[in-house]
Design a protein around this ligand. Structure first.
Ligand SMILES: [Zn+2]
Length: 102
């Protein structure tokens, strides 16, 4: 280790390791933030996750439907009585579940 060339090689390798570690750490942080945001979003949705956990795509789709449903209620509160906003989503959920268990 007394050779300055060896020391230089070693510190260069160490730098690469640190960069990769930092990149991985940033990515883990980003994924954690996204997952936490989805958790918060799921808490706002009219969906009981005891039986099934919504995927990210399903959470986004249900959010869009829910926002449109709430808008419809704001325009006409009678909307809630004959509402079928969630029918298609529910049908798709059942369909994907049955595919999963096949
Ligand atoms: Zn509706």
């Amino acid at each position: 280790m007394g050779n300055p060339i060896e020391i230089k090689k070693f510190s260069k390798l160490q730098n690469v390791g640190t960069t990769v570690w930092k990149r991985n750490e940033r990515e883990r942080y980003r994924v954690r933030c996204v997952n936490e945001a989805y958790e918060l979003l799921r808490e706002c949705l009219p969906f009981d996750e005891d039986e099934k956990r919504l995927s990210k795509v399903e959470s986004l789709r249900l959010s869009i439907i829910y926002i449109r449903h709430l808008e419809a209620i704001l325009l006409d509160e009678r909307h809630a009585q004959g509402c079928n906003c969630f029918d298609e989503f529910q049908r798709q959920l059942i369909e994907t579940e049955s595919k999963r268990f096949r």
